[in-house]
Design a protein around this ligand. Structure first.
Ligand code: AMP
Length: 191
């Protein structure tokens, strides 16, 4: 099963993805997490400098670079039968390329979960979390990127009837329960 989890910064994508990975046993791919590792130099680092320029300014990393990285991740054995994509796709170009990649793998996206949250709650959460890109100025930039480039991806999936809205204002447990119910309703998980 291929799932995509979307939502603005601070909507809880990472937290919910980790719980989902544990529950349903499909690998969780977080492009943001991989980028942070690349920057820290835990992974091959020619990329490091380039990626850093974008991530640290709250800008989206160029499509070409992200797509290359995602292809590499999806080639890993564990991802043959499914993956949970957290933070990818974030642009229409990424979404359309993902469709093509999955088509080649003779599979497709089953469902896209959209975590909905108002900006005020999200900012509050982010400032509490305090990651390096969680300063007020960078958060603002990330929201702008989301509005301009990622919102069209939501429309793309809505038109394909793959989009499910989840109320991200609730507690972590409640959000998780809603996600599980949504998967069961669509027979992606056993009752
Ligand atoms: P995240 O951990 O998902 O909030 O991502 C952190 C940062 O990594 C983002 O602000 C972007 O700079 C970069 N990033 C992560 N995923 C993508 C993507 N799919 N496309 C472009 N940039 C990304």
């Amino acid at each position: 099963m291929f799932l995509v989890i979307m939502g603005p910064p601070g909507s809880g994508k990472g937290t919910q993805s980790e719980r989902l990975e544990e529950k349903i046993g499909i690998p969780h791919i977080s492009t943001g997490k991989i980028f942070r590792e690349i920057i820290k130099g835990k992974r091959e680092s020619d990329l490091g400098k380039k990626v850093k320029e974008y991530v640290e300014r709250g800008k989206l990393v160029p499509d070409e670079l992200v797509i290359r990285l995602l292809k590499k991740e999806l080639k890993k054995d564990g991802c043959k039968h499914g993956a949970l994509l957290d933070g990818f796709p974030r642009t229409l170009k990424q979404a359309k390329t993902l469709d093509k990649i999955l088509e080649k793998m003779e599979t497709k996206i089953n469902l896209v979960l959209k975590l909905e949250i108002n900006q005020e709650t999200a900012v509050k959460r982010l400032l509490q979390r305090g990651r390096e890109d969680d300063t007020e100025e960078k958060i603002k930039r990330r929201f702008e990127e989301y509005e301009a480039k990622t919102k069209p991806v939501l429309d793309y999936y809505r038109e394909k009837e793959k989009l499910i809205k989840i109320n991200g204002e609730q507690s972590r447990d409640e959000v998780f329960e809603d996600i599980i119910s949504a998967l069961k309703e669509r027979a992606l998980l056993e009752q």
